[in-house]
Design a protein around this ligand. Structure first.
Ligand code: ZN
Length: 513
């Protein structure tokens, strides 16, 4: 037993070294987006690239493998007993999860040859610049050659990583462990068949003024308001901060240090609020991970999809709900002496305006998923070789017409709009929609467990929801794969039906369908 304990301690030390480096990388990235002067770009890129290389070296080293093997061997002899004893005291076993995830990370890291990883990062760095210029010039043709190169590399990557079923599954698995085309196809098809007619019906219904709440507010006041907002939802300012950046994001720089950024617009008082709530959702998840397990899988988020479910739940299901605005508007009017003369019901409807549009990041919660499904369908066929990069622009526009009834005037508002493909992020998009599906399913389970939940929002009470999320999702870290976590938290496997009923209920009411 002593031998077992020693081998685990030794192995955890190596894991901790890697996570220290990753914390330093996160700090570099955060500073880059928030404070760094422009001229520092190149130097910073070199620092990040050096540190990333160092972390990769440590993960793929002989020393790491030896320590991992020793811990695995000892675990198979004694560890199960340790975990079983822990479980008999009502504490779930830890080491199995730590070792299993470390093994997966190691295997994944050594499957890709070093030269290949370097080539991908070189091509993608170059592609980013080309993409920016092509988008400015509204010319897909400029981006096409490098995109073809990236698609080729990604196909090659699936070969290195290995897969069951279709090759695209290897890429999906990088962002959402266990997600496959076989599972996503029926979920997304069900959703699409529901959404397309719903968008049409809403389009024919009464109009709502989307700019009803567009009132100016000084940046100083907005900063105060947004901080208050995050605090109200449970964000811990002793273990985090909020700053401004061009693209809002959330990151953790280490245990007890979660950073949010948001984006203010002086002419639109509520513009920042929605993105602050979104990022607060991500941050609450990070702050809810057990800090004592920092550096191991038990202290890490499960997946991109589960992460997005937390931000979407707070942003859309809570932050765009009627009861939320019944509380918040009154609060803003009283505490800030602002937005007087607005009424919460009209504001609620205005914030939930549904309108087919060209840009994914600006889409409402009904049309949003059609943007994602379109990208999923395209990239899966692209990796399979059934669609060629040359045809992307026309395939894109055709699907936009079919699903949303709008067609971009040029490629900058179409196939060139997102940064993901230039960065080689194939397989990432589906996690946005998975996040939406999970969020509705989690929320329904929380509502069943917490009677009077929405009534509480009207009084500014959000703590019980956060406690439920902490208990059922956050505290587990990566202990369960996404599907298993959903099953444990809600009693069912991931399903599209909760999200569909949520939209049906909410928008039939708003639009009187
Ligand atoms: Zn997000």
């Amino acid at each position: 037993m002593g031998q077992y304990g020693r081998s685990m301690t030794k192995f955890r030390k190596l894991l901790a070294e890697i996570s220290q480096i990753n914390s330093a990388i996160a700090a570099c990235h955060w500073d880059m987006e928030v404070y760094m002067p422009e001229a520092a770009n190149e130097g910073r890129a070199r620092t990040i690239s050096y540190l990333s290389g160092l972390a990769h070296e440590k993960l793929t080293s002989e020393k790491f493998l030896k320590a991992l093997r020793a811990a695995e061997e000892n675990f198979s002899k004694y560890g199960q007993i340790v975990d079983a004893v822990a479980e008999s005291f009502g504490v779930q076993g830890n080491d199995e999860c730590v070792l299993k995830n470390a093994r997966q990370d190691y295997d994944k890291a050594v499957k890709l040859p070093k030269e290949f990883v370097e080539e991908v990062s070189r091509v993608c760095a170059e592609a980013h610049q080309i993409w920016v210029k092509a988008k400015e010039a509204r010319d897909f043709g400029r981006f096409l050659p490098v995109l073809k190169k990236i698609v080729g590399l990604k196909r090659q990557e699936t070969g290195y990583l290995g897969f069951e079923g279709v090759s695209y599954n290897a890429l999906l698995d990088c962002y959402e462990v266990g997600a496959t085309v076989e599972k996503l196809d029926p979920l997304f098809a069900e959703l699409r068949l529901f959404l397309v007619p719903l968008v049409k019906r809403i389009g024919g219904a009464g109009t709502i003024d989307p700019n009803y709440a567009k009132k100016s507010m000084s940046l100083r006041m907005q900063t105060k308001l947004n901080e208050l907002m995050a605090k109200l939802l449970g964000f811990d300012f002793k273990a985090g901060r909020i700053d401004a950046s061009a693209h809002p994001f959330t990151t953790s720089l280490g245990p007890d240090d979660t950073r949010i950024t948001t984006r203010y617009d002086e002419a639109d008082a509520l513009y920042a609020i929605m993105s602050t709530i979104h990022e607060t959702g991500h941050a609450l998840y990070e702050q809810g991970l057990p800090t004592e397990h920092y550096g191991t899988a038990l202290g890490e988020a499960v997946s991109m999809g589960i992460h997005e479910s937390q931000s979407r739940l707070w942003e859309n299901i809570v932050g765009r709900s009627r009861s939320f605005w019944q509380y918040l508007l009154k609060h803003i009017q009283k505490e800030f002496d602002l937005l007087r003369g607005l009424d919460s019901e009209t504001l609620y409807k205005s914030l939930n305006t549904v309108r087919p549009s060209l840009i994914r990041t600006e889409a409402d919660e009904v049309t949003y998923n059609l943007h994602v499904i379109l990208r999923y369908e395209i990239e899966k066929e692209l990796i399979a070789g059934n669609v060629q990069a040359e045809d992307l622009s026309s395939v894109w526009n055709e699907k936009m017409r079919e699903y949303l009834g709008v067609v971009p005037a040029d490629d900058s508002e179409g196939v060139l709009q997102d940064v993901h493909w230039s960065a080689g992020y194939f397989g990432y998009f589906p996690t946005y929609t998975l996040g939406n599906l999970y969020s509705a399913q989690f929320y329904e389970a929380a509502k069943r467990a917490l009677p009077g939940l929405e009534e509480g929002f009207k009084r500014g009470e959000f703590a019980s929801l956060l406690v439920w999320l902490r208990e059922n999702i956050h505290k587990h870290g990566k202990r369960y794969a996404p599907e298993e976590l959903v099953r444990r938290a809600t009693g069912e496997p991931p399903s599209a039906s909760y999200f569909i009923s949520y939209l049906k209920r909410k928008y039939s009411d708003i639009y009187g369908l």
